[in-house]
Design a protein around this ligand. Structure first.
Ligand code: ADP
Length: 336
């Protein structure tokens, strides 16, 4: 039982917004679509919702082709960045909206609305006007409204982007718990990797209308396949083969990633192996240190980040250290 996207394409003039995407979503799975602005995430979501028709490819749900099915007959729930609540309806009426459309009995509607408001932490607010709610509360109403008719698939387009940082962090964790506990498939679009990896077990990274890599945190974040992905996911140390000629243990055939999070900084006098490192730049980012370390014997420089306890003392420019680089810190990349 699955939602299957097969070779979906959507072009706007010369722009290949979605350029051949094949993906499968299992029952109950939440998948995140992650990528920079303009990579085609929203277009792909609109194709799945049926709000846009693909130029090519098809979509099937549990074995039936739904490519031509109009959006209202897909029974997909949607949650948007701007909530898109009905301002003239109160909270309860907003949540009941899909149930009214489906002609649920009044009593069943009331019961389901109560259940959903309980689920999203807004119990008792049925009669509240939506304008009287905070952004976070409005987004909870939008989520309850989308979930009420028991959709086949829940589609979320940057649902936390309009909220401030603190609320976003809190709702992110809540949503993650909620989505994994509910029997619903979900596709979650975001440009924020922390959101993607918190909310979904599997993440599909998009680049220019195509899937760059699909997998779990371990497969994607810890083992990005290309230099572009490594950079996009925040890895700072990607080297060309030519830069690594003097580096023992580094891959020699193509570009490579040095996972600085797997290295260890030691005092200069440390006898336990490693290579000489000289501090070339020191910056503080919250509780973390950000260093540039020159490795004279290897002829490269790398960006290193860590907390106080990971350093022999407060770092200073010009300071001599040792860097221990275990073999697994080097990862081969397929290409740029
Ligand atoms: P994302 O959601 O990743 O930011 P979008 O799916 O919104 O990306 O857009 C992908 C590309 O398609 C962009 O270059 C965008 O300008 C273009 N695009 C999206 N929608 C339309 C449209 N309705 N008409 C023309 N171009 C569009």
């Amino acid at each position: 039982m699955s939602l299957h996207l097969h070779e979906l394409r959507k072009h706007y003039g010369a722009t290949r917004a979605v350029d051949g995407v094949t993906l499968e979503l299992d029952e109950r799975e939440t998948l995140a679509l992650l990528g920079p602005s303009g990579c085609g995430k929203s277009t792909l979501l609109r194709l799945v919702a049926g709000l846009e028709a693909p130029d090519a490819g098809h979509l099937s749900l549990d074995g039936s082709d739904i490519t031509q099915l109009p959006p209202q007959r897909r029974r997909f729930g949607m949650v948007f960045q701007d909530y898109a609540l009905f301002p003239h309806l109160d909270v309860g009426q907003n949540v009941a909206f899909g149930l009214v459309e489906l002609r649920w009995e009044r009593a069943a509607q009331r019961e389901r609305v109560g259940e959903l408001l309980e689920l999203v932490g807004l119990a008792g607010l049925e009669r509240r006007r939506v304008q009287q709610l905070s952004g976070g509360q409005q987004q909870r109403v939008a989520l309850a409204r989308a979930l009420a008719p028991r959709p086949e698939v829940l589609l979320l387009d940057e649902p936390l982007s309009n909220l401030d940082q603190t609320l976003r962090e809190a709702l992110k964790d809540e949503l993650s718990g909620l989505l994994s506990s509910l029997p619903v498939r979900a596709v979650y679009v975001t440009h924020d990797q922390s959101e993607a990896f918190t909310i979904a077990r599997r993440v599909a990274v998009m680049k220019s209308g195509r899937l760059a890599q699909v997998g779990t945190r371990e497969e994607v974040l810890e083992h990005p396949r290309t230099g572009w992905l490594a950079h996009f996911l925040g890895h700072r140390n990607v080297f060309e083969a030519a830069d690594l000629a003097r580096v023992p243990g580094a891959p020699q055939r193509g570009p490579a990633l040095l996972r600085s999070d797997l290295t260890r900084v030691l005092p200069a006098a440390d006898g336990g192996g490693g290579t000489d490192a000289v501090v070339r730049g020191v910056a503080r980012d919250g509780l973390r240190w950000k260093l540039r370390l020159a490795l004279p014997d290897w002829g490269i420089e790398l960006a290193w980040e860590g907390y106080d306890r990971e350093l022999p003392g407060a770092p200073t420019e010009g300071q001599q250290l040792r860097l221990h680089v275990p073999a697994e810190a080097w990862q081969e990349l397929d290409g740029a």
